[in-house]
Write a protein that binds this ligand. Structure first.
Ligand code: B12
Length: 234
């Protein structure tokens, strides 16, 4: 946005100004500045989760709007995503550091044809922070890749992410294949991604749609708790 970045000393800004500046820096894809901003907020006692949601996700929301409106294009958004990942890289170990006991295991991946991974990564980070073991399959996953991972990892939860209206139907392909193979009920299936909603989640036979990472953690805990209780009484 501005080309006088060199004149701004991030550590001299107050919290609100710094967060605003981080929105600009994320928009401009300035990874080093974003990492510096995250470190400054940490030094000022901000909780990692607040930095993630208020500064990073907040900034990415602005990028998303301008991408939608044709003001930003793929190369710029890639730079913004790279800057966001720089910030997430610092926060990841801190979010996972809660010392929570292992509460369950999740296999998560973005579906075939889709390379968006920021939201998926965020969900993975938050799940780890809440005590889940997370196996991340990355992007562009075929049915076979998901099923192989379920077989090899035997998780409690399968998480699928899709950010495109053209790739979200693939989640149904995965669930239908699980039904065909008689393994659907062995797993809790959670789905997410900006274009999805609750109705879609129900229509494709997922256990739940989660609108963000915090809801994903709550939902996962609830379902795993229920599963374990059933295990005890069965
Ligand atoms: C960043 C971005 C990109 C980056 C991705 C970089 C990366 N490493 O991820 C790049 C530039 C590569 C990109 C490419 C494209 N993109 Co794009 N992209 C975005 C953008 C701006 C932000 C997405 C994001 O990271 N959001 C921030 C995260 C934190 O939010 P989130 O992903 O929604 O995740 C949260 C929840 O949804 C949920 N969640 C997500 N996944 C999961 C999974 C589970 C299991 C659970 C429980 C919860 C959950 O929790 C997350 C955390 O709170 C969106 C705009 C938007 N509004 O979403 C467009 C957007 C998704 N892209 C879009 C398009 C069209 C494309 C391209 C086709 C553009 C092109 N012409 O090439 C390509 C597609 C490439 C492909 N095959 O996948 C459109 C999709 C339109 C549609 N209706 O399908 C959008 C909506 C922009 C727009 N309005 O036009 N994109």
């Amino acid at each position: 946005m501005s080309d006088d970045q060199d004149d701004i000393i991030l550590s001299e800004l107050d919290d609100d100004e710094l967060v605003q500046q981080m929105f600009d820096d994320l928009y401009d894809g300035l990874r080093d500045e974003i990492m510096e901003g995250v470190n400054i907020l940490l030094e000022r006692g901000w909780a990692p989760y607040d930095i993630l949601t208020k500064a990073l996700v907040g900034g990415m929301t602005i990028v998303g709007k301008d991408f939608r409106d044709g003001i930003l294009f793929v190369p710029e958004v890639l730079l913004a995503a790279n800057a966001m990942k720089g910030g997430m890289f610092i926060l990841k170990p801190l979010l996972a550091e809660t010392g929570a006991p292992r509460v369950g295991k999740m296999v998560i991946g973005t579906v075939k044809g889709d390379i968006h991974d920021i939201g998926k990564n965020l969900v993975g980070m938050m799940m780890e922070g809440a005590g889940f073991e997370v196996v991340d399959l990355g992007i562009n996953n075929s049915v076979e890749k998901y099923l192989d991972a379920l077989d090899a990892e035997t998780p409690d939860i399968l998480g699928m992410s899709a950010l495109l209206t053209t790739t979200m139907p693939y989640m149904k392909v995965v669930i239908d294949t699980m039904i065909e193979q008689g393994i659907r009920d062995d797993y809790i299936v959670l789905v997410g991604g900006a274009p999805l909603n609750e109705e879609f989640g129900k229509a494709i036979g997922a256990d739940a749609y989660c609108r963000d990472a915090a809801v994903a953690v709550e939902t996962a805990k609830e379902f795993v708790g229920r599963k374990h209780n059933q295990g005890v009484t069965a």
